[in-house]
Design a protein. Sequence first.
Length: 506
Amino acid sequence: MVDWGKGYVTDTEYFELFHHPLTPQHLALTAMFNGFEPPEIDGGFTYCELGCSRGLTSLILAAVNPKGVFHAIDFNPASIAHAESRARAARLSNITFHERSFETLTEPSTGLPMFDMVTMHGVWSWITPELQRAIVAFLRSHLKPGGFVYVSYNALPAWSDAIPVRRLLQELAATQRTRSDQAAGSAMVMMNRLAELKIIPPRFQDGLKRLNDAHSHGLTYLVHEFLPAGWAPYYFADVARALAEAKLSYVGSANLLHNFWELALNEEQRALISEVQVPEIRETLKDFRINNQFRLDIFVRGARPVADARRLALLSALSLALVAPVPDVFDIADPTGERLRPDPVVFKRIFDALQTGPRSVGELLSLAAVPMGARELVATLLDSGLARLWRKPNSDAIDAAARFNETLRETPFSQAATIAVPTLGLGLMLSPTEFAIYTTLCRGEAPDATAIATRILSRWRSDGIRPAVDGRPVANEEEALDVVTRECATKIAKNVPIWRALGMVS
């Protein structure tokens, strides 16, 4: 087989996912959060996604940001063909897809404009150094002064234990003369047999567990995560120095809580690290401490610091909205992975206010006895996944999002679906049950749990899918209907009011 993928997997397409840190709103938030002038996003802007795959993230962003001009690039023609088909179906005129390899991006024939924002999720750790240098050259020539870059990658030293076993997986898969997903599956069987006989010694157990965890998410994930020839984790210092060639400076992490050094390091540790004079080494040392596995970094070409008063004003003016039901016990992981439980009394006031509708950060802070700053409040709510930024959309965004969401009507009930939500400026993933409820409401029907459950089970039977409870298939039809009906009733009671507040359904 001819290898036109330069070592990347081309015989198995990656599945679609929406990545909310890539949104213009989140890039702007991370900038102001860390004391830098944010990009202008209320008017027109230019946006480029590198490695867009089937284009889901860029499609949704184009739909909910009709004033933006979007370009999305991937080298896989099948992925680009799929993305272009979706754009035509949704009649999105502000997005262009390009089938191109990264090393061709600086050629005059591309016709690409200068960009305010460039994003690349799941790219840097999965391509060769040659292609990384091509990306840096592209940023040097096509990123505006003041432009922002998002880059995610597997981080060292956390991935050190996986490097040897990942290499072995790659080599064993290469011995198979079959499709990459089948080859990876056979290689994993052999890897575990080798571990059982201690040919792979126990000291590599943690790394092997990473491979098995990826395998549990399916062969497609395993293949795209570990088989690309360019796969490599990186120290933050090396990525920062590479991007410095395009005059980029580090802004902060899109994982907002990771910007709080006091959550990652105690006072004595912070004092010692402060003795190190090089910023990228200080950030790398923090990764040693917290064992950071996956970095979501934002850089800017021309950092413009803002005064603390302006940062507070910018953050206080933001509005937040609930996107998921509030749990009975609210906790959140800190950068070290430990679970934190914010003051339940304080956050009950905050959640009670948000359950009545979107609220500005300033309003939430003004609630009696809320002893925290704007940064802490925003980071806690957004990193928990319970809330997102909210804005009042214009009619163009509402119409474009509705056209995109209409393209999802044939999605099977057995699959999750990502809905474009103009009030959030992003896509919201719905589980199969949630999607069935959502489509029922969009048809103007009453959300009857039994009727929806009956429809779901009928679709599942026609697709050859059996319902399950706690991983156990349910064979009895009556029991299956009872289980799915109860799940639908819970979702209707807890999720539908949130969707209505977000304008997703009427």
